[in-house]
Design a protein around this ligand. Structure first.
Ligand code: ASP
Length: 349
């Protein structure tokens, strides 16, 4: 009997993994009725334009975004939790050198990789975060371990690494994270700094700063979760920590409102408390997710720091409605709904 049940379970899992996926050109953001589950991811916002990305690169990004979101989709489709979906989806992006998180993280001024991550459970408002770690292979796993196995919300640097070891998380040599791309980006940014002619709005600088990854999900049990993982910003110094590990700025989730993951120039996302602000506008002003996201990303954020507050968010509300709002030329993003409809986007249109 046990054998038959196990066989049925395997067939079911295989079926749900290979189930025909419908790919659409425009995202389905409005759940017509309450969606059973839903998932959205980002791979960073920034100077992502059709004319500065080759077809091969575009295909590589599409392939990785699809691989990642399918992992979360399968977990949710099989009745798994939104926290599991968020963590496992982010793991795929962290392991890819394409994005600024895990392997492929940008370099600090000293040429090291320092990772920040956070995760939040919308049902319990439990949260965990880690900042400035150099050896933890998947920082989102550390954030989750902080949430579930420590009495704290945020751990940093050596202490966080000791905790990660104690938790049996995978530890790697710092060199594992380094890529040629990040090294070139650091050289470019340092050269620009020296000539003093570059501004943040130069494509080179923009390109070198973004690429954080994040995920928000609603599961079949009606629970929301969000997570974010990043290497921060190229050429960061003095132990700089961005918005990504800060609950309320880089990540927020609350079953009463929404789950949000941010990406962009962290200093302004911290000052704007972006992720929480979207939730607060829904909670206190009754705005829809779309209205709240638009208000924060298009109207409020650019006014902080004289227009330097650029970036975007992905979010889901308790009905499974999705928002993907950004004020940069592009944002790597993908969504999947409970019907298996897949959308992948990069550019504004
Ligand atoms: N928000 C991140 C940071 O400032 C960077 C990014 O989203 O790419 O650390």
């Amino acid at each position: 009997m046990k054998k038959i049940t196990a066989t049925i379970a395997i067939i079911f899992t295989l079926y749900s993994c290979n189930k025909e996926v419908k790919v659409v050109e425009k995202p389905i953001v409005k759940a017509s009725e309450k969606a059973a589950f839903s998932i959205v991811i980002h791979g960073g916002a920034g100077f992502i334009k059709r004319d500065n990305i080759s077809q091969e690169k575009e295909a590589a990004y599409r392939q990785k975004l699809e691989e990642a979101i399918r992992v979360g989709y399968n977990i949710l489709n099989n009745g798994g939790t939104s926290i599991d979906a968020v963590q496992n989806t982010i793991n795929i992006l962290e392991d890819s050198p394409l994005f600024n998180s895990g392997k492929g993280a940008v370099l600090t001024n000293e040429g090291t990789c320092e990772h920040d991550a956070s995760i939040m459970d919308g049902k319990t408002l439990n949260a965990g975060a880690s900042a400035g770690t150099k050896t933890v292979k998947n920082p989102i796993n550390l954030a989750r371990a902080v949430m579930e196995h420590s009495p704290h919300v945020m751990l940093a640097r050596e202490g966080a690494e000791t905790f990660a070891q104690e938790q049996g998380l995978k530890i790697v040599e710092p060199s594992y994270f380094h890529t040629e791309k990040s090294l070139k980006a650091l050289e470019r940014v340092k050269a620009s700094e020296n000539t003093k002619v570059a501004s943040f709005f130069d494509a080179d600088i923009q390109n070198s700063k973004f690429g954080t990854v994040g995920c928000a999900a609603l599961d079949k049990h009606g629970n929301l979760a969000a997570g974010t993982s990043t290497g921060g910003m190229t050429n960061k110094r003095w132990g700089r920590i961005g918005d990504s590990p800060i609950i309320g700025a880089g990540t927020y989730a609350n079953n009463n409102t929404c789950a949000v993951s941010s990406t962009g120039w962290g200093e302004y996302f911290i000052r704007g408390m972006v992720a929480y602000d979207i939730s607060a506008l829904m909670e206190y002003k009754g705005l829809s997710l779309k209205e709240a996201s638009k208000e924060v990303i298009q109207n409020k954020l650019p006014t902080i720091g004289n227009g330097k507050g650029n970036g975007g968010i992905i979010a889901i509300d308790s009905d499974g409605t999705i928002a993907m709002e950004f004020n940069t030329p592009g944002m790597f993003r993908a969504t999947m709904d409970d019907k298996g409809t897949l959308y992948i986007g990069m550019f504004k249109d």
